[in-house]
Design a protein around this ligand. Structure first.
Ligand SMILES: *Cc1c(COP(=O)(O)O)cnc(C)c1O
Length: 394
């Protein structure tokens, strides 16, 4: 027998059973998709006396929905936070979080390798309309954060590991530093998923996932989620979501609940395959560099072991050759399909830096010929064969 408390400790019990309310749904083993825009009331008094803080008091679908709620409770438990809020995309979650944390003339510190559209949001809209100033840092060196974060800083934005060059930030040290200056710490935890990294336990204030990646897991949904510990911050995020209107739809939330069910087993398989692929590439004579934090030769391997319990299926490598040769390798792959995104069942390949200037590449830390691959669930053997034959062509 497992009691409610152990549900909160074990990730697999959370993804399978936590926050399920069988009696309310005719004991259906899978909750229904609550495809409704509003909930009705017996009396006006019951409507007006509803407690806005009661998470199960449903009124209108832009504010909350029972299917969305089940998903959020699972994510909050996985991240060991007090609450989670789900959004229609990762970017809806990210931009809502930023807008909830900054004010006119705020200072933000952000890692250089953060997700591109989020950087564009900061340097575009937030700079132009709210006079937000962003200082970009490499993120590997604490000293750099010490110089960048001041008492004027309201928000520190991390993504560890980052998703192209796979550099890490020390979540505990950066959070402690940010808090000494009264700043909040936001971290994109999409690569690790809550199964392999729990940033709220290390001091981060807001954890973001794009559920379009591993949490959805089947390349059939776009969504995002924020998890937090602090109740006041949670209320603020919920209010911002209500005002900006970015809540996820019930059908997507249902798919995200389904994705969560198998998340612990999927990420372990992605890890096993990606590690074998990374080790294969590492030994290959045409490969100059492999970026995967699970390799013992990764320059931040020790930090990785301190803050992560694993790595998932995404990695990048640079061939010993020209951009044209990298294109040739990419296009010769058969199982790895060319496409953005990652975290689904399928293997993907992309060259994110190929159209960038060498100046931009230098800032981001990866050469134009960098090839990023997502190791899917087709089977390690087939992926190794695919890479072997593609690399043999150059
Ligand atoms: C895809 C991605 C996002 C954005 O998520 P969307 O659901 O596409 O809006 C944010 N961060 C990372 C690391 C991503 O890979």
């Amino acid at each position: 027998m497992t009691d409610q408390k152990s549900y909160l400790r074990d990730d697999s019990l959370i993804t399978t059973h936590h926050a399920e309310d069988y009696e309310h749904y005719y004991n259906a083993v899978v909750p229904p998709v609550f495809m409704n825009s509003l909930h009705v009331f017996e009396t006006l008094d019951s409507f007006y006396s509803a407690d806005p803080h009661d998470m199960h008091q449903y009124c209108y679908g832009r504010v909350q929905n029972p299917t969305v709620r089940i998903f959020e409770e699972k994510v909050a438990a996985l991240e060991q936070g007090t609450g989670a809020a789900a959004f229609a995309s990762g970017m809806a979650a990210a931009s809502t979080a930023v807008l909830a944390c900054v004010k006119d003339e705020s200072h933000v510190v952000c890692i250089r390798n953060a997700y591109g559209p989020l950087r564009t949001f900061l340097t575009g809209y937030c700079a132009e309309h709210m006079h937000v100033k962003t200082t970009f840092v490499d993120g590997r060196d604490l000293q750099e954060f010490e110089e960048a974060v001041t008492d004027k800083t309201d928000l520190v934005i991390l993504e560890s590991p980052s998703s192209i060059v796979f550099s890490l930030q020390d979540i505990r040290e950066v959070s402690a530093l940010a808090h000494r200056h009264g700043a909040l710490v936001y971290i994109d935890n999409t690569f690790c998923t809550p199964i392999f990294q729990k940033p709220l336990q290390m001091g981060a204030d807001i954890v973001m996932h794009t559920t379009s990646k591993y949490i959805g897991g089947h390349s059939d949904v776009i969504g995002g989620v924020l998890a937090v510990r602090d109740g006041t911050l949670f209320d603020k995020l919920l209010q911002m979501r209500e005002l900006l209107g970015g809540i996820v739809g019930p059908m997507e939330a249902w798919l995200m609940i389904r994705g969560l069910r198998t998340l612990p087993v999927r990420v372990r398989q992605h890890q096993e395959t990606a590690l074998a692929v990374a080790q294969f590439l590492k030994k290959h004579e045409r490969v100059k560099k492999v970026n995967y934090p699970g390799l013992t030769c990764h320059p931040q391997y020790e930090l990785m072991c301190r803050q992560q319990e694993g790595n998932t299926g995404l990695l990048s490598f640079e061939i010993d050759g020209t951009v044209e040769q990298a294109v040739k390798v990419t296009e010769a792959l058969r199982i790895f399909k060319i496409g953005v995104s990652w975290g689904g069942f399928e293997s993907l390949v992309f060259m994110p830096h190929m159209k960038m200037s060498s100046e931009e590449c230098k800032i981001l830390g990866g050469e134009p010929q960098i090839i990023r691959i997502h190791c899917g669930l087709e089977g390690t053997k087939y992926l190794l064969e695919d890479l072997e034959s593609a690399l043999a062509g150059i």
